[in-house]
Design a binder for this molecule. Structure first.
Ligand code: CAA
Length: 261
């Protein structure tokens, strides 16, 4: 399928790269782009061979500069509600994708762009990355989950500082805040992302999916129930061919060949 505002490529088998591509608006998210992201996620979800999704922005200036301000400007409250619900649904769909999703933040990740990165499982940033939730400068709060996911990732106090001052955070500080996992020179970001994706794809695909699901679902549970979820998932994995192959390969001192069954 082809899209107007994004590209969905498969640089290697099982590895998908979604590139937001609206250069005239620094890849800002309008309703049409949100709809296209949903469709792209459907494509990835439908592929049983999908292992990792990488998300980045076209060009060297922006990951995504936010929700589209020109489109939002004349919204009524009900239109704003629908737009926020649309964005929320897309962010939830990214989070709920069964495979790991890694944001490659290659420039400005502001407002809805920061929220898009936060909905990915983790973030790799270029040295040129800039994060921020500048919505309050526009007289609005974040609308795609920023007040929630930023708070959960960096803690309430720092999140509130960033949400209320609109201060922008450069890559080195983002690393110190654990907003991003790693920072790389801009020219290396994509290759480093692919290298990490390849390492994930070499592991048991069902186990990777289970690990993601347990980590996410467990965060909404108390520790004891979250650990029950993990125990049940651990037991289930012993019904897979991948468990047999992974353990046999270890004992036979050879690399595993996972089938995803
Ligand atoms: N929406 C629509 N258009 C945008 C945009 C956005 N979020 N961000 C940038 N653009 C457009 C600019 O209007 C400009 O268009 P023209 O060339 O037609 O004038 C073009 O992209 C290039 O931008 P600048 O000239 O501003 O580039 P710059 O290098 O001077 O500044 C920037 C870059 C700091 C990212 C600046 O563009 C900026 O501050 N953008 C807005 C950031 C922002 O406020 N984001 C939050 C949006 S609200 C939101 O996201 C709500 C939510 O949570 C759902």
């Amino acid at each position: 399928m082809s899209y107007e505002n994004l590209l969905l490529d498969q640089p290697e088998p099982g590895l998908y790269l979604l590139t937001l591509d609206r250069p005239r608006a620094l890849n800002a998210l309008n309703a049409a782009t949100l709809t296209e992201i949903s469709a792209a996620l459907d494509e990835v979800r439908a592929d049983a061979g999908a292992r990792v999704l990488l998300v980045t922005g076209a060009g060297d200036k922006a990951f995504v500069a936010g929700a589209d301000i020109a489109e939002m400007q004349a919204y009524t409250p009900m239109q704003a509600r629908a737009f926020s619900a649309h964005g929320m649904a897309v962010m939830h769909a990214i989070e709920a994708l069964p495979i790991p999703v890694i944001a490659l933040v290659n420039g400005y990740a502001l407002g809805g762009g920061c929220e898009l990165a936060l909905s990915c499982d983790w973030i790799l940033a270029s040295e040129t990355a800039v994060f921020g939730q500048p919505e309050v400068k526009l007289g609005i709060p974040p609308g795609f989950g920023g007040t929630q996911r930023l708070t959960r990732l960096v803690g309430r106090a720092m999140a509130l500082e960033l949400l209320t001052t609109a201060r922008q955070v450069k890559a080195a500080e983002a690393l110190a805040l654990r907003l991003v996992n790693h920072v790389y020179p801009a020219a290396e970001l994509r290759a480093r992302g692919l290298e990490m994706a390849r390492a994930i794809a070499a592991n048991g695909p069902i186990a990777v999916r289970i690990a993601k699901q347990c980590a996410h679902r467990g965060l909404d549970l108390d520790l004891a129930n979250a650990c029950v979820l993990e125990t049940q998932s651990f037991a289930l994995s012993f019904a897979t061919a991948d468990q047999k192959e992974g353990m046999s390969a270890f004992l036979e001192k050879r690399p595993p060949k996972f089938s995803g069954d």
